[in-house]
Each structure stands twice: as structure tokens, then as C-alpha cells.
Design a protein around this ligand. Sequence first.
Ligand code: ZN
Length: 429
Amino acid sequence: MTQAQQLLEYIDSSPSPWHVVESTVALLQAHGFKALSEKEIWQLNAGERYYTIRDQSSIIAFIAGSKAPSESGYRIIGAHTDSPGLRIKPNPEQKRGAYLRLGVEVYGGPILATFADRDLSLAGRVSIKTGRGAQAFESRLLRINESIVRLPNLAIHLNREVNKSGLKFNPQDELPLIFSQPGPDGGSFKGFIAERLQVNETDILAWELAAYDTQPGAFSGLDQAFITNSQLDNLASCHAALLALTKILDQSNPATQVIAFFDHEEVGSSSAKGADGSFLSDVLHRISTTLDDTTQGHHQAIAHSYMLSADMAHAWHPNFSHKHEPEHQPIINAGPVIKINTNQRYTTNAHTEALFVSICEDEKIPHQKFVNRSDLACGSTIGPMSAARTGIRSLDVGNPMWAMHSIRESAGAADHHYMIGAMSGFLRC
Ligand code: ZN
């Protein structure tokens, strides 16, 4: 199976950030990574592989370097597990005429129009009561496989301006998802969830459920050069980092190699498990003090370290070329894109950019450079917050893609292969 095919399968098995962590753990365990709980005392050995999870949707995995962190530092690849979309409200049921629809909150900044007329379903986690007492509950992952919710378009006859003015939804009134045509004795949403989890309805305490597209990933274009799926932003970066890390397992490396995937990037990263939270700095500090045992060791380790913040980039779109900076037009299947922004929306600087260019040259991997048009506002990534929190030199890199934040995004098959090569070069540098 090609690496691009593996990516599509990884996304298909990861319809929510909680499932992303589950799929990631499956891959890590298959490669001998051992689980660490943040609640326990850690004992680490040089060369061994570990991972730790915070609240089910952020995960950090690492291979302890052959040298102490104070001597060789960390090589960190960061990415995010979440994608923008629709999340089911706590009391979602809204009866309108003959239909039961489910109220949704908009999570992050999706292109809402792309959710219309898709075969949507639901995935996420549900908290189930397991006994008496405040902490007697467990979190269960839930994935409804068949399409169970839908956002039908309005016919063009009732919305004549749609092709001129675009498809717009009022998130409160026009975005709820059609769930059922309830009979006289109801058939509630909570009852449906309880049945799927084989629990009593009264034992369901809470949920976080995302709408996802049931259509599996696919290749498209002549020679199947393009890949299409939901969540390419940013599961393509997570998967590339995972493959890069598992590709270099047989090579002993002085630096401790880390991959860190965070939830909540799409809503600003400011949470206990987000990139603007303490997760990464807590884990690094813990590794340093466990492997090094000196008070200054961690500070030395940070000074020796590099972070590659991996998030997807905007490919030049031939139908909208005026949206791009004419001299910086990332092309799909032409290699990783180094993202540069002088206002520090991206962390890349001349030093870290030079490092990445050298890695690409060594690995014979093409690379491209991106800056936004000077008259357009620039997006951002987990990079600036992670760099500010940890004090680690950093850069922002990502593969070029189209339709970022659509429920059906597209990118290049060859780029995935290039990115894995560049990332494994980075982890070994
Ligand atoms: Zn992203």
C-alpha cells in the first residue's frame, strides 16, 4: 500500500479528534511504543519508545534519545487532531413539523456550504455512568457507520440567487441536521445513542459528537495524482509525522524525537490540552528531569531543540490565481511548503528555514516557500504558541492543498511521500 493510501485509511478510521488519538495509538503500539500515564511516576530509558495522552484527544509520542536531552535536545513535530465542523448540542432535539432535527454548534471555521447534501454521520465520545459516586463513569468512543444526519440544500427554485450570492446558512436556524421522522411514540436521539452503545439512556451523562462525512477518501485526476478526503487539514500532517517517526526506529539517534498532536487548534489552542496549554512543556520537562536529573539540564535541552510545526498550506488555485502572492505559488505535488510571515503568524525564521532547506537538499526532496498576499490577513498554526510556551526554535511547514476547511479537501499523493521523507530527515538532524 502506498503512503498516500495509508493516509486515506488513517483518516477514514479517524472521524473525530478522539478517534484520531485511538488510530494513532494503534499505530504506535504496533511499533512497540509504551503508554505512560501523566498520573504515574515515569521511568524512562534511552532508546525506548513511549506515548502519553491528555484527555483522549491530544497525544505526545517520543523516542528517548541515545544522549541525554541536555546534550542533544528534542526534535519535535507538532500537528493538530481537530478539524472544523459541526458538533451536536447537549439538548439537540428540535421537532419541526414532521421532522426531528438536531441542533449543532459550529466548531472552528468550516466552509459551511460544503456540509450540505453530504452523507453525514456522527462520531465522538460519550460519558457513561458505571456506578454510584461522582467519578463512577467512563468515556466510550462512538462512531455511527451509516449516514444518520443530513443538511439538505434548498432547491434553486426557492433560492434563485444561490449561484450569484453563494450558499449561506444561519447557524442557529438553518444548520440543524435532519435526523428522523418520529412516530407517535417518539424515538429520541438519546435513545438512539444509548441503543448503539448498549447502555441505558439514563446512564448517558454527556457527549462530544462531531458530524463527519461517511464518504471514504479517494484518489482523483490523471495518474491518480490527487487525494481527496475530509480532515486532510491536519491529519495529513499527523500521519506524515507518525510515518516519519516509525520509519527511523532502527536508527539510534542522540536527540529525543517527539511527535505532538493537539486538539483545539481550530478554536485557538487555548485549553488544557491545546498547543497553548501546558501539555508539551510539561512532557518535555518531565523527560528532561527523568533522563537528566540536573536543574539546568532542561534549559540546556530546550536550547538544543528544534520544532517543526506541521500544518497544511494553501496551494495555488488556477481558478483563483489573484488570491495568491504572484511570486509564492505553492504547487500540488511539488513538495513541502515552508510558511513565512514576518508578523510571526508562522514561526519560521532565517535560521530554521535554512535548516529545513538543508534537510530537503540532503534528502533530495523538493520544497517551496509561501507568504500570504500583503493585502490579505494571514492564518496561523500551533507553531507560534508552542514556540512561545517552550522557547524552542521553530518553523512552519505543510503540504499544499485546496479547499482547506471544506468537508471534502484535496491535496497531492506525491506530496505525502515527500513530507514523510523531509520529516524523518528533520527528526534525525
Ligand atoms: Zn490546520
